[in-house]
Design a protein. Sequence first.
Length: 315
Amino acid sequence: MRKLLGSLTLWSSTGLVVMWSSGFIGAELGTRAAPAATLLAWRFGLVGLAATVWLSWRWRRLAPRDIAVHALIGALSQVGYVYGVVRAAELGVSAGTSALIAALQPIVATATAAALLGEKLGWRLIVGLAVGLGGTGLVVSADLNSSASAVWWAYAIPVAAMLSLVAGTVYERRAHRGRQPVAMADALAVQFVVSGLAFVAIAAASGTLIPPARVEFWVAVAWVIVLSTIGGYGCYWTVVAHGGVTRVSALLYLTPPATAIWAWAMFGQPLTVLSLAGMAVSAAAVALILAPSRRRAPAPAPRRVETPQCEPAAT
């Protein structure tokens, strides 16, 4: 069983880095053909429709409390986080700045988990988080120097998005303490229904619900549904369940380097020396955080020496 859980954690951790970073590429593909609100509405709307069909069969097995818990988690970790990142980009906040703000998530999440969940803070964790933030800064350094400009208050939006993801992550762990966890498919289904309703409503209110008749838009929708939504959030919550908030937060440091590699392979965006150095630094930080701690073996108990007892001499 321990080997099975270890293999599951390894595959879900690898999947998290690949799938989570694919969302930034899918957003780039989709927004070339339609507004961001349109992409989000069809991304989460179609997934939410499929989730509704699933829940029509499974809802009797879900307690009202579980439905309420995962509805709130979906609102925080999907609606709040994804919409905040996309809205910030529309207001002119550069992707590098948003990525650097998002890189504060591991530090904030780990500190919050230590305060509310009792997860331990060791020296390696603290140093690793600081090094990881520096590595992310190197990866996105070129974009930080870009000419993108935004009104001052727009920079509060990616901060709010990051805090929304932290709140959803920590709340998920706290809500399931001492309780039987909900099946992953059921939990995600509830979250997707909430997200689908929210993003369809946002697109309808802004008049951007009608999709364009362009093949590349639907390719982007398929990309973000399969890889980013189902794959990304599925791996995210699997890692949270089996590895904790600290592990999932550390792995998020690898998503900017993974995104840079995606962008280089698909869009021809150059990889600078600073970006490559940042990837190495980020990888070293994650290795430092996740390396198993070496505990000193307890000192062996002193060997007891049996002293022979002398028989009294016969008289």
